[in-house]
Design a protein around this ligand. Structure first.
Ligand code: RIB
Ligand code: CA
Length: 311
C-alpha cells in the first residue's frame, strides 16, 4: 500500500542527514516531499545538502522545495560550529544534478495537504518556519493535516542553544508558538529523549557490512558532529536527535509520551524560546501536545543500525 504519507521538513544538517538515511530504510513511509528550511546553515546550503542526500539515497522521485530563508521575526542563526560550513560536517557528496521544484516549501505543503486531506504527517526536524507560513497562508490547513511530529524543545534537559532553549525552537520561536496554538495533533520529541541517544564510533563499527557509501557518509559527517559534542558539551558521541523523531513514526513504542499543555516564552530576558510543559496542570488548560519524555535507547540504536543495514 501507499503507507504513511509523510512530508519531511528539514535543515540538513548532520543529524537531519541520518534521518534521511533512516527514512529511506523505512518502507512503511511514503515520502511525499522534502521541504527545506534555514537552520543549521543557510536555506541555500541546506537545499543543496537535501539534493545531495536525495541522490545518495535514490530518492529522486521525491520533490524537494526550498523554503524560508529566515525566521518569521528573528534574524537568522545558523549553527556551522555544530554542522560545519557545508552543513554536513566532513562528509563530501557529489554536486547534485537534480533540481528543486517550482513551488516554495510553504506552497508545496499547502498543495500536498489539500490534495490529501487527513492523510499527511509532517515530520519537522528543523525550525518550523515553513509550516508556520503554510498555516498562515491557508487557515484551513490546520484541520487537514493528520499530525505533526516535531524534534523540538527541551523540558527538563539543558538547552543546546541557550541554557533553557533548544536550537530548532530558538531559531524561530514565533513559528513554534503558531504550531503550539494551531490545534494540530502535535508530538514533540525534545532533547530530554534525544540527548540520551548518543551515536558513537562503536555504533559505526556495528554498521560494518552495510552499504559502503552510506557508511562512509555517516562516518565522515558524524566525525565532525562528535568533535562538536566533545569540545562544546563534554559529551562522548553525538546526539542523533532527528533520526529518533523519524523512528517513532513507525516504532512509537520506542518512547513514552505524556499529554501536556505546552507553552513557549517569547519575551523572556534569559528564557526566550524556552518551552514549558504543564506537568501538574497548574494552568488548567487542555493538553496541546504529546511529549516524548522517556526513550528505550538500546531499542532505538538497534532499530537505526538494523534498518541502515537493509539499504
Ligand atoms: O537541537 C537539535 C536540532 O537542531 C536538530 O534538528 C539539529 O539538526 C538542529 O537542527
Ligand atoms: Ca535538524
Amino acid at each position: 500500500g501507499a503507507g504513511m504519507k509523510v512530508i519531511l521538513d528539514t535543515d540538513p544538517g548532520i543529524d537531519d542527514a541520518l534521518a534521511f538515511i533512516l527514512l529511506k530504510a523505512m518502507p512503511e513511509i511514503s515520502l511525499q516531499a522534502i521541504t527545506v528550511t534555514h537552520g543549521n546553515t543557510t536555506v541555500e546550503k541546506c537545499t543543496t545538502n537535501a539534493l545531495k542526500l536525495v541522490e545518495l539515497l535514490g530518492m529522486r522521485d521525491v520533490p524537494v522545495a526550498m523554503g524560508a530563508t529566515e525566521p518569521l521575526v528573528k534574524t537568522l542563526s545558523v549553527a556551522e560550529e555544530t554542522h560545519g560550513d557545508t552543513g554536513l560536517g566532513h562528509a563530501v557528496l557529489p554536486n547534485p544534478t537534480t533540481t528543486i521544484v517550482e513551488s516554495n516549501a510553504a506552497n508545496l505543503i499547502i498543495d500536498i495537504v489539500n490534495a490529501n486531506p487527513g492523510e499527511i504527517t509532517i515530520l519537522c526536524i528543523g525550525p518550523v518556519t515553513n509550516l508556520a507560513l503554510a498555516l498562515l497562508k491557508d487557515p484551513t490547513l490546520r484541520k487537514k493535516i493528520k499530525n505533526v511530529v516535531s524534534m523540538a524543545g527541551t523540558i527538563h534537559y539543558p538547552g543546546n542553544a541557550t541554557p533553557s532553549s533548544e536550537y530548532n525552537v530558538f531559531c524561530d520561536p514565533e513559528s513554534f508558538d503558531i504550531l503550539l496554538r494551531s490545534g494540530i495533533d502535535l508530538t514533540i520529541v525534545p532533547l530530554d529523549v534525544t540527548y540520551q541517544c548518543l551515536f558513537t564510533k562503536a555504533h559505526i563499527e556495528r554498521l560494518a557490512g552495510a552499504r559502503e557509501d552510506v557508511c562512509n557518509f555517516i562516518d565522515r559527517s558524524t566525525a565532525f558532529y562528535m568533535e562538536f559534542h566533545a569540545e562544546y558539551q563534554g559529551i562522548q558521541g553525538c546526539a542523533i536527535n532527528d533520526p529518533l523523531a523519524a523512528a517513532i513514526l513507525v516504532k512509537p513504542d520506542l518512547v513514552k509520551m505524556r499529554d501536556y499543555y505546552v507553552d513557549i516564552e517569547l519575551h523572556g530576558e534569559f528564557t526566550t524560546a524556552k518551552i514549558s510543559a504543564d506537568h501538574f496542570n497548574a494552568s488548567g488548560k487542555a493538553p496541546n501536545a504529546k511529549v516524548a519524555m522517556e526513550v528505550d535507547v538500546d531499542a532505538f540504536m538497534d532499530f537505526f543500525i538494523e534498518r541502515v543495514k537493509t539499504l
